[in-house]
Design a binder for this molecule. Structure first.
Ligand SMILES: *[C@@H]1O[C@H](CO)[C@@H](O)[C@H](O)[C@H]1NC(C)=O
Ligand SMILES: *[C@@H]1O[C@H](CO)[C@@H](O)[C@H](O)[C@H]1NC(C)=O
Ligand SMILES: *[C@@H]1O[C@H](CO)[C@@H](O)[C@H](O)[C@H]1NC(C)=O
Ligand SMILES: *[C@@H]1O[C@H](CO)[C@@H](O)[C@H](O)[C@H]1NC(C)=O
Length: 474
């Protein structure tokens, strides 16, 4: 390698020398003139001039040599770089060669594979051919079978038979349809039956839930023709005896019952019946009348007032027969409690007795106490009157008819707690007159919001509670 480069170096140096001579002009040496001067008298100046020239020549030569040296160094550096690159190139070349060898080997392998694949494809092709041939054979066989089949069927089934079969099929279809229709109607009927059954069940539940109501149906069918619902009738005595019923709500209270509600009671010597017991005070009272929302029409007939009507949970009249049986126990107190539309509450109590039906339920009252004006004392001895039974003292008309509701009207008097229920203050004096009245003579008519009439014995029936209750009633 380096051997090959040496000529290049010589060429470069040779090229450089003429350039030196051309560019930097050395002092011209005139040898002819020098010899002429020596021949004369060698002048000191000339010598000096020559020396100077030689010196300059030497200096420029040295510069030239140094310059050339630097150039040669450069060249050598460049050669070194080149040498390095060349080495790298040779390394790469050898690598490439190795890869080429590998590629050659791979190619050989691939060629072998290719041969194998070719063989395989040939095999597959032959197999496919076989399959195609078999398919063709099968097709021809199937066609032959089909031909045979069609010829056979043509031989067996005539067109008449086909028609018969078709008609049979039609018959079967229509039968199927009628069956589904039948099933449908059967289902509808069973649905209706189920519906009826549930209705019956609901009715049965209603009936069994209240056997007393059932008795009502049996004993008093006429109840259903009237406006207000009749209260539960008398309980059958055999059941009542087994239950050891209390004579009234007061006795129930002394037995320990403290919850207000509907209970079966049996006043002394009377048939048992249901009644609403108010247990809110320190004693129990049997409620005989309650007004609170106008939900029940109190303009009822004698019969209704005798047997009772309304709803124990709302408004009701217990009934004159039952009130009478409560009163016959003796020592009864009639407790009247009223509330106006401004939540003003007042009460009044009377010693009380009520005659039976033979005396048209004549009332006997003696004023006891309370903050209401006593408007009922002079009603003592009055019979009960309804729109259909006029027993009042008024000569011209029936008070119950004009003022509505049944009451112990005098002529007619300033009280009627069974009058019409009016929401708030109603307009019109004559209309208000028909309301629920407890009116002191000089005041205007005013229909009350709430009323409750109840009875309880003067003296508590049980000695156990006597000490705590004596002060309340006496
Ligand atoms: C019940 O009535 C009978 C007679 O009719 C009487 O002897 C008895 O004392 C009464 N009992 C009560 C609690 O009033
Ligand atoms: C009870 O009332 C009816 C009808 O209002 C009457 O005919 C009868 O005389 C009354 N009974 C008595 C004892 O006054
Ligand atoms: C009572 O009613 C009758 C008939 O309905 C009537 O002629 C009469 O004027 C009424 N009287 C009073 C005070 O309302
Ligand atoms: C008694 O009642 C009548 C009418 O029912 C009435 O005119 C009279 O003022 C009342 N007497 C007393 C003292 O309240």
């Amino acid at each position: 390698m380096r051997v090959a480069l040496i000529p290049v170096l010589f060429v470069l140096s040779a090229a450089c020398v003429p350039a030196l001579c051309g560019k930097e002009e050395p002092p011209v040496l005139d040898l002819g003139a020098l010899a002429e001067t020596r021949s004369r008298f060698a002048a000191l100046d000339d010598v000096r001039l020559l020396a100077n020239g030689l010196l300059q020549l030497g200096q420029s030569l040295r510069e030239f040599v140094q310059k050339t040296k630097g150039q040669i160094n450069d060249i050598f550096q460049k050669l070194n770089i080149f040498d390095h690159s060349f080495y790298q190139l040779s390394v790469l070349a050898s690598e490439i060669k190795e890869e080429e060898e590998e590629l050659k080997k791979t190619t050989v392998v691939l060629q072998a594979n290719n041969e194998e694949i070719k063989g395989l494809s040939v095999q597959i092709n032959s197999k496919v051919d076989n399959i195609l041939q078999e398919k063709i054979q099968l097709q021809s066989k199937v066609e032959g079978l089909e031909r045979k089949l069609s010829s056979l069927s043509h031989g067996l089934v005539t067109s008449e038979q086909v028609a018969e079969i078709n008609s049979l099929r039609d018959v079967i279809q229509t039968q199927e349809q009628s069956i589904t229709e039948l099933l449908k109607s059967v289902k509808e009927q069973s649905d209706q039956i189920n519906h009826q059954r549930t209705k019956i069940k609901i009715l049965e539940e209603k009936l069994t839930a209240n056997t007393l109501a059932q008795e009502t149906i049996e004993r008093m069918p006429e109840i259903f023709n009237s406006e207000a619902p009749t209260l539960t009738p008398f309980v059958s005595p055999s059941t009542a005896e087994m239950m050891n019923l209390p004579s009234d709500c007061s006795e129930l209270f002394s037995r320990g019952e403290r919850i207000s509600g509907i209970y079966a009671i049996r006043p002394n010597g009377s048939e048992p019946f249901m009644a609403f017991c108010d247990m809110k005070k320190d004693y129990g009272v049997t409620v005989i009348q309650r007004r609170r929302d106008g939900s029940v029409n109190f303009d009822q007939t004698w019969e209704k007032y005798e047997n009772g009507f309304g709803d124990f949970q709302g408004e009701f009249w217990l009934g004159l027969r039952k009130i009478h049986s409560l009163a016959t126990q003796g020592n009864s107190v009639l407790h009247i409690q009223l509330e106006d539309w401004k939540q003003g509450r007042r009460l009044i109590e009377y010693r009380f007795y009520l005659d039976g039906s033979e005396s048209n339920y004549t009332i006997h009252l003696t004023h006891l106490s309370g903050d209401l004006p006593d408007l009922m004392s002079n009603h003592t001895g009055m019979m009960f009157s309804t729109k259909d039974r006029d027993n009042d003292n008024h000569q011209e008309f029936n008070c119950a008819n004009n003022y509505t509701g049944g009451w112990w009207f005098n002529a007619c008097g300033d009280t009627n707690l069974n009058g019409k229920y009016f929401q708030m203050r109603t307009k019109g004096r004559s209309e208000r007159r028909r309301g629920i009245q407890w009116k002191p003579s000089r005041k205007a008519f005013y229909s009350l919001k709430l009323t409750q009439i109840s009875v309880h014995p003067v003296a508590p029936p049980s000695p156990a509670t006597a000490s705590s209750e004596i002060g309340v009633f006496l």
